[in-house]
Design a protein around this ligand. Sequence first.
Ligand SMILES: [Mg+2]
Length: 369
Amino acid sequence: MQITGVNQYHLDGQVDGAFYPTWIPGYPQGTHELELFEIETDEGITGYAASPSFAGGLDYESPLSLFLLGEDPHDVEGILRKLETVDLVGPRPWHVEMALWDIIGKDAGKPVHELLGGSRKAVPCYASTGEYQLADERIPYIEERVDDGFEAVKLRVTEVEHIEMVREVREAFPDLTLMVDANKGWAVRVMEEETTWSFADAVEFCRGLEEVGNVAWLEEPLPRHDYDGYARLRRKVDVPIAGGEFNNGAYHYREFAERDALDVYQPDAALATGIKQATEVAALARQHGAEFVPHTWTNALGFAANLHVVTAVDSPWVEYPMEPPWTPEVWGFMLEDPDVFAHEDGRLAAPEQPGLGVEIDESVFEDAE
Ligand SMILES: [Mg+2]
C-alpha cells in the first residue's frame, strides 16, 4: 500500500456562545477551529487525523506531501522518523500519526484498540470542565453531571486562592471524586499572560487539597518541562501529581520517569505522543507504579485516538470534555454520527468500527477553507 495524497482542510465549527478556557487567559472561545488531515492510499482506503488550530491555522499540506507520498502507511516507525523532520518546520508528528492507524485498522478490518491488543469495554468518564467558576456557578453543573451518572469531575483553577472554590464544592459533594487542573504547563498567550505559581504556591495549594480529601490528582501545577520541580513537589506533598499532556514525544516522559516525578501520566495521543508512543508511555508509567490517563481535549478525532489507547492499556478514566457551550456536539461537529461519543451513565466504550471508528461528515469538506 502507498500513500498517494495528503490533503489539509481548515475547519471552523460554531460554538453556541463562548466560554473562557483557563489555558487561553482572558480569551472568549466562540469557535472550534481545527486542521483536518486526509491521507489517501492507492488501495482506496483513506485515513483521518486532526490537530487543534487557532487564528486561521497554518498550512502544512506541502511539507506533509513531500515526506509522506509513496510511503506505506503500515510503516509507522519509518514514517514517524520522517515526521520528526517535519516537526522541525511544521506540525508535530502526533497531529498526523493517528491517520496511519485509521488506515491500518480499516485495512485490517479492526478498530485501533484491537490492533493495540486491547479488548472493548466501557470506561468511566470524568467530566472535564474548562473554566474557572465560582462554587455557586459550578455546583449546579456538577449536580447535572452526577445526575447523568458521572462519578468524577475535574475543576479548573488559576490562583492559589481558588482552593476556596474547591472546598465549597467538596462540602456540597462529600463523596465525589475530584480532579483539579491548574493549567500551569503551557498557555496560549493571545490576550493575557497566565498566572504562574512558584514552587511554594504549588505546595500551598497541595496542602489545601490534602485537607479537601478524595482528590484523584492535581494537574500541571508547574511548567511542563520543569521535571525536577515536579519530582520535588511529588516528594513533598501527599496529593497525587499529574502532568505531561503537551510534552513532545516519548523521550520527554522518560525525564518524568527517571525522577519518579508523576503519579499520573497524561500524554495526549493527538498532541504529545501519537498512538504508538502513547502505549510506550503507558508501559513506562506502569513500570514506575503510576497511572496513565491521557488528556483528550482537542476534537472528536483526537478524542477517538485517546479513547482507543485508554481502552488498550486499561486506563482507569477517560477525560470527557464538557463545559457548555463546549459539548460533545461541538467538539464532534465534523462527525457523520454526532452520537458516537455520547456517554451512557458516565461510561463510554471505544468505537467498534475499523480504524478510529468515526466517519467524517461530507458537508465539512464543502465548508472547509
Ligand atoms: Mg490539563
